[in-house]
Design a protein around this ligand. Structure first.
Ligand code: PEP
Length: 255
C-alpha cells in the first residue's frame, strides 16, 4: 500500500514570534522548495499562526501549517477557545486532536476529543488524532486495549469518506518528551493493532490508506529504523522539531 509519509512538528508552547519565524525559514531552507516525498506540517502556538501563514504564503511551499488544538464549538461564549473558522483564516490546514498533554495534563476526555475530531473534519481540516497508553497501562499489558478504546471513541460517527483527512498518531505517553522511545518492534506491533482496529471499524482497504504515525522522543538517530517498519508512516515530533537541521534529517529519514 502506497501511503505518503507524514511528519508533523509539534512546537508546543515554545518559540516566540522572532524565533518561530526563523525556525520556519531555516526548516524551509533545509528541506528545499518542495518537500522530498513526505507531507510536512508544523504546529506552532496559536498567536503566531497568522504571521507564519503570511511568511509561508510568500515563500514557503514545502511545509503546511497546523494548529495544536481546536474548539469543538463553532463560535460563541467559549472564552479562550479557538474555532475552526479562525484557524482557516490563519491558513491552517491540519489540527492535532487528543494530544497526550491535552488528555493527561489538561484533562480532555474521549467525548470531547471525538467532538473536536468531527468539528475539524466538517470544517475541511485534516485531523491528526493522537492516542497512546501511559506507562502504568503499558506495564499492565493494556497498550492495545487503550489504543483501541481511544480510536473507537475518537472516530465515533466519522464516516469512511471523512477518513481520507484523518491521520492517527500513536504516541505512548511515557515516550513523549522523556528521551525514551518505543522499540521499533513494540511500535510496529501497536501500529499493526491500530490498523486492525481501523479495518474492523471501516474495511481493509481504508485501513491500508490511513497514515499511522509514531510519536515519542523521535530523533534523527532513531527515525529511520522506526519509519522503516511496515505500519509506521512517519512521525509526530516534539522537541526535535524545534531544531531545523535535526527536524529536516527526520523528514529525510522517511525517504
Ligand atoms: C509530541 O509532542 O507529540 C512529542 C512526540 O514530543 P517529543 O518528540 O518531544 O517526545
Amino acid at each position: 500500500m502506497n501511503r505518503t509519509p507524514f511528519v508533523g512538528g509539534n512546537w508546543k508552547m515554545n518559540t516566540d514570534l522572532e524565533s518561530g519565524l526563523a525556525l520556519l525559514q531555516s526548516l524551509s531552507d533545509q528541506i528545499g522548495p518542495s518537500s522530498p516525498s513526505s507531507e510536512v506540517v508544523v504546529y506552532p502556538p496559536f498567536p503566531y499562526l497568522m504571521s507564519l501563514h503570511q511568511t509561508m504564503a510568500q515563500t514557503i511551499t514545502s511545509v503546511r501549517l497546523g494548529a495544536q488544538d481546536v474548539s469543538d464549538q463553532p463560535n460563541g461564549a467559549f472564552t479562550g477557545e479557538v474555532s475552526t473558522e479562525m484557524l482557516l483564516d490563519c491558513g491552517v490546514r491540519s489540527v492535532l486532536v487528543g494530544h497526550s498533554e491535552r488528555r493527561h495534563v489538561i484533562g480532555e476526555c474521549d467525548a470531547l476529543i471525538n467532538a473536536k475530531t468531527r468539528r475539524g473534519l466538517e470544517a475541511g481540516l485534516q485531523v491528526v488524532l493522537c492516542v497512546g497508553e501511559t506507562l502504568e497501562q503499558r506495564e499492565a499489558g493494556e497498550t492495545d486495549t487503550i489504543n483501541e478504546r481511544q480510536i473507537r471513541a475518537g472516530l465515533q460517527d466519522v464516516s469512511a469518506e471523512a477518513m481520507s483527512e484523518v491521520v492517527i498518531a500513536y504516541e505512548p505517553v511515557w515516550a513523549i518528551g522523556t528521551g525514551r522511545t518505543a522499540s521499533p518492534d513494540d511500535a510496529q506491533k501497536a501500529h499493526a493493532h491500530i490498523r486492525a482496529v481501523l479495518s474492523s471499524l471501516y474495511d481493509d482497504r481504508l485501513a491500508g490508506q490511513v497514515r499511522v504515525i509514531y510519536g515519542g522522543s523521535v530523533k534523527s538517530s532513531n527515525a529511520a529504523e522506526l519509519f522503516s517498519c511496515p505500519d509506521i508512516d512517519g512521525g509526530l515530533i516534539g522537541g526535535a522539531s524545534l531544531k531545523a537541521e535535526e527536524f529536516a534529517k527526520i523528514i529525510r529519514a522517511t525517504g
